[in-house]
Design a protein. Structure first.
Length: 552
């Protein structure tokens, strides 16, 4: 199989790294890339944390942007059960004042539609201007957009505000995951990508506490203050991100090798200067090698390329894994307060139980750090799906019985379901989608996956309020049976199509996908990345023969 490694990276870029375009220089490039690969595979978690402390710090700080999205996504759902919000914006139906199911869907979906637009714009901007510039602009937009829901006087104005807030949230969704996976070694990828999910969970937990505290506030302050608290984040984060190093993957793809070298230097802990510079050169060689392999399949790097060749399979995995986050039964959690109330709990008890449930987002993601390194991605993801399926079936069955004890049992099951979700499906999803993309199409593939996620969210935001509304379908806890059905469909797909990516470098994954290895054989296929056969004549023509995969 021919590999046009020389043609993919021009001579000036190779010279900037200390390589030329002769056969000997290319052999050195491959040797350095192989050395970087082997070093990456040998790293333990402790060594990686020590050596790449700055990279871990910046990846974690960047993930904090997801707190803002998690905060508001659940906050707006909590307002549907808050009496002050209902008095201000509700309408009377059948003698009961409430936020209609149509407006619940409209408000929840307005931010999702904004996120769709933000994803599309953010994906383009990240590839064109880089992660850092896109992030800074998104924070400015976020700061301005908060004014509209804070000063909203009616539901249409509130919907517009949610839409505009959704624009930067869409950017944050892709930025945080993409950056985390690009700046840390393989052994730290599951920790940092799952931390992205934990930050989203922190936002949900904080919002549930604020929503509970706001119950005691008078009038409009009960819902205006929670919106206004969002201003806590953008300005300090903007100042902090003025110093964030740009992704070296982006810089190498742009041909800005010296800047990539500076970025890699800032992402490592300072040590012996000569050793550090040699390590950086090896890492650059590894990036060049991996990008050169991918360029054969993703030349042009347009969204269309995500649906061609081997990338079609990668895009499919991203789309379904994101959608399954909602269809596994997680959709009910977004309407937890309303769900608890329809199950028979009081307003205060519903908000109290909502806080307990949302605390699982924090504890669960920490537990997931240990589980993912032991059981892998696909195994943990499917195990979580199966666990949630059991909870959904039991919850749906309890919906046929009406009693106080049953209401508390349903609430307890939803807490267990949330814990299962956040120890498995929630954090693991971020790791899977980050690892299965090609580096050149990573931002675009994740954007497509998040678009599918948000479209699935629009669907669930449209049907779930109607399931729970006493004036619509009035299913109550029996709504869980619907999502038990969608859970089974997702679990079936995972068994046949979801590959195990644990302990695989990006170059390993590239080879496995190129060879079309089935999901069930992914885990046990042996990969030899640097088994190279050099032909002198081909080298003169700037071609290199290479074999990438050997089977165990």
């Amino acid at each position: 199989m021919e590999s046009t490694i020389i043609n993919e990276i021009d001579g000036k870029e190779l010279e900037a790294m200390g390589f030329g375009s002769s056969p000997e220089d290319v052999r050195k490039l491959l040797a350095d890339a192989k050395e970087a690969y082997e070093e990456d595979q040998r790293l333990t978690i402790r060594e990686a944390l020590h050596r790449f402390t700055p990279a871990v710090f910046w990846a974690m700080i960047l993930s904090v942007t997801l707190i803002m999205e998690g905060y508001d996504v659940v906050m707006i759902g909590s307002f549907y059960g808050q009496q002050q919000f209902i008095e201000r914006f509700g309408t009377t139906e059948d003698g009961v004042k409430q936020i209609t199911a149509a407006w619940q869907s409209g408000l929840s979906n307005s931010s999702v539609i904004g996120q769709l637009a933000g994803l599309a714009v953010g994906g383009y901007c990240m590839d064109r201007f880089g992660r850092k510039q896109t992030l800074l602009v998104a924070l400015v937009v976020m700061t301005c957009a908060i004014f509209i829901p804070f000063f909203a006087v009616n539901l249409p104005m509130l919907a517009v505000g949610e839409f505009l807030c959704g624009l930067p949230w869409g950017c944050f969704q892709t930025l945080s995951t993409t950056y985390a996976v690009e700046v840390v070694p393989t052994v730290l990828r599951p920790i940092l990508t799952s931390f992205v999910c934990q930050c989203w969970g922190w936002g949900i937990f904080i919002s549930s506490g604020v929503a509970r505290g706001a119950l005691e506030l008078p009038g409009d302050l009960a819902w205006r203050l929670p919106f206004g608290l969002q201003w806590i984040w953008p300005v300090p984060l903007f100042i902090c991100f003025l110093w964030v190093p740009e992704s070296p993957w982006f810089l190498v793809r742009q041909g800005r090798i010296e800047q990539a070298r500076v970025s890699l230097r800032r992402l490592r802990r300072k040590g012996d200067e000569q050793e550090t510079e040699h390590a950086i050169t090896r890492t650059l060689a590894s990036l060049v090698h991996t990008i050169a392999l991918e360029n054969r399949e993703t030349a042009g790097a347009s969204y269309v390329e995500c649906f061609k060749g081997i990338n079609r399979r990668r895009t499919e995995i991203n789309m379904v894994v994101w959608a399954a986050q909602i269809l596994c039964g997680n959709a009910i959690i977004g309407f937890a307060v309303l769900f608890f109330q329809r199950a028979g709990l009081s307003e205060t008890n519903s908000f109290n139980l909502n806080m307990v449930m949302n605390s699982m987002y924090i504890f669960g993601s920490i537990i997931c750090w240990f589980l993912m390194t032991r059981f892998g991605r696909a195994t943990l993801y499917m195990g979580g799906m199966a666990g949630m399926l059991v909870c959904l079936l039991v919850t749906g069955g309890l919906g046929f019985k009406d009693s106080v004890g049953t209401s508390w049992a349903i609430g307890s099951l939803l807490i267990v379901q949330t814990l299962i979700n956040m120890t498995t499906i929630g954090p693991v999803c971020y790791t899977i989608v980050a690892e299965t993309c090609s580096s050149r199409l990573r931002a675009k593939t994740i954007v497509i996956g998040r678009i599918v996620y948000n479209l699935t969210g629009i669907f669930s935001n449209s049907v779930t309020p109607r399931m729970l509304s006493t004036t619509q379908w009035n299913w109550g806890a029996k709504s869980a049976l619907f999502y038990a059905g969608t859970n089974i469909l997702c679990l079936t797909w995972c068994w046949f199509r979801l590959p195990e990516t644990m302990d695989r470098s990006f170059a390993d994954l590239e080879s496995l996908f190129q060879q079309g290895i089935s999901a069930r054989k992914f885990k046990h296929t042996k990969v030899e990345q640097f088994h190279q056969v050099v032909d002198a004549t081909a080298m003169d023509e700037k071609k290199l023969e290479s074999d990438h995969v050997e089977y165990a």
